[in-house]
Design a protein. Structure first.
Length: 480
């Protein structure tokens, strides 16, 4: 439910985002350029070997002439640029440089990352408040609806509704890691945290994904009555259908692998470190470990990098590590990768499509999840096993609620606060992939029976329950 029209400022911002993020059509020259670029990237090491080891004078002459031509072109453009700078720019540089620089930096900040600009954040608060009033007016007119559900925990205005209300609280992770989030966060993050806490304090009924969040967070930390907190675990998040092929090749594993490789090549173009993704575009079967997650302090990325660095340089595993976050979001991650020379071993592929994500899971030798805290059992387990990839994960309460098999506990869990234990578990899993996968698939076959339809039915049951509970209260008051 929403108002008929969006605020014009929001419409303008959405159009701007659409224009700046849509793929640009390439002309013939650009297609040729990207073809040559990708070709050179995939063949670079071989070309370097040929040039370095060549004994052919003809090849040396050809390469020298090519380099000379490039230097000549660069020199001509350099002279032209210097001429324009001296004649047109230098006279007014001292007067306008500081003003223009300040203005452009502010514009760049707003356009590239508007969510972290305090003024934009203030505008958003005003807009959110006004939109909440409009929505609440629409809600008041719906007398036929007896209970309301809010999937977002950072909307305290939801509590203005004068009817039974159910709000979803996945977790309050910032409360568990305040220092880490304070070091990495912005005003927007703190504002969201305050909104979540206000929603909880003023809320009526809550639903969450695990007993750990119910008792450890909502009941213990925020003193919510346990009878007003409901737990609905996740359904099976299968990725098998996303990359499943239709037609005569639907059962052909080789065709599925080939399709996944095509998707992986597309994903490699999204590498945060530019050219390092291109190094593997011509390699059809390089080995890798995969962790799909945003970069946040609770995701424990640094410990995973420490474990991987040890496995790569001390245990000599031939695998790369593929992550799905932007290193610039957490400077410590970017710093660790560069300080330890892992730019060509750790691939950070941001903004993957669902098919690209499924392909990465399918082609990985192992999926890993080192998280310190989650709202429910991480999707890593069902996503990886749905495409027949084994998993190792951190031993945290929300995972232990779901995976209670003692044999799997020994073989797939590690201490997330001990990077060496993590490294040992990853190494063991890589050496025993088939055996681990066989045991995990038996457990997965049980979990996959919990569909998202089952989850929706449970939510509806809860809404009916709180609606009837409040109706009983009204009847008791009338009787008194």
């Amino acid at each position: 439910m929403a108002p008929r029209k969006k605020p014009l400022l929001l419409v303008a911002y959405e159009r701007y985002i659409k224009i700046t993020t849509r793929p640009k059509k390439r002309n013939l020259f650009q297609n040729f350029y990207h073809y040559i670029k990708n070709l050179v990237s995939s063949k670079r090491s071989k070309i370097e070997q040929v040039i370095v080891a060549t004994r052919s004078k003809t090849l040396v002459i050809i390469v020298s002439l090519l380099i000379l031509f490039l230097l000549l072109v660069m020199g001509l453009f350099g002279k032209l640029f210097r001429f324009v700078s001296v004649v047109f720019v230098a006279p007014c540089r001292s007067v306008t440089q500081k003003t223009i620089s300040t203005f452009l930096s502010q514009i760049e900040k707003i356009t590239t990352n508007p969510k972290d600009d305090l003024k934009i954040l203030e505008f958003f608060k005003i807009m959110r408040k006004q939109e909440a009033k409009l929505i609440n007016n629409l809600i008041k007119a719906r007398k036929d609806i007896t209970a309301w559900y809010c999937p977002a925990a950072f909307w305290p205005d939801f509590n203005d509704i004068k009817a039974p209300r159910l709000m979803c609280i996945p977790d309050v992770v910032l409360a568990n890691f305040p220092i880490s989030f304070a070091c990495a966060g912005t005003g927007r993050m703190l504002d969201s945290f305050k909104q979540v806490e206000k929603s909880i304090e003023e809320g009526e009924y809550f639903v969450t994904y695990s007993e750990e969040i119910k008792w450890g967070t909502l009941s213990k930390r925020y003193h919510i009555d346990p009878e007003k907190i409901f737990v609905v675990p996740h359904g099976n998040n299968s990725l098998n259908e996303v990359i499943k092929l239709s037609g005569s090749l639907s059962d052909n594993e080789a065709a599925l692998i080939a399709f996944s490789h095509t998707q992986l090549k597309t994903a490699l173009c999204k590498s945060a470190y530019g050219m390092n993704g291109g190094l593997f575009m011509g390699v059809s079967n390089f080995k890798f470990i995969f962790y799909a997650s945003q970069f946040r302090p609770n995701k424990n990325i640094i410990s995973l990098l420490k474990a991987y660095d040890y496995l790569l340089k001390r245990r000599y595993i031939p695998h790369r590590l593929i992550l799905t976050g932007l290193p610039s979001i957490l400077p410590s991650i970017n710093e660790y990768i560069q300080t330890h020379g892992l730019e060509n071993d750790v691939l950070c592929l941001h903004g993957l499509s669902t098919q690209e994500l499924a392909a990465c899971y399918k082609l990985a030798d192992l999926a890993v999840n080192p998280s310190l805290s989650e709202g429910g059992c991480p999707f890593t387990f069902t996503e990886a096993l749905s495409v027949d990839t084994p998993v190792v994960m951190s031993r945290i309460p929300v995972t232990l609620e779901v995976i209670k098999d003692p044999d799997l506990d020994k073989e797939m869990f590690f201490d997330p606060y001990d990077w060496k234990d993590m490294a040992d578990r990853i190494e063991w899993a890589l050496q025993n992939k088939e055996a681990l996968l066989a045991k995990q698939k038996l457990f997965y076959n049980v979990l996959e029976k919990r569909t998202w339809k089952t989850v929706v039915d449970e939510y509806i049951d809860i809404l009916e329950h709180i609606s009837n509970r409040d109706l009983d209260k009204i009847e008791l008051k009338d009787a008194a």
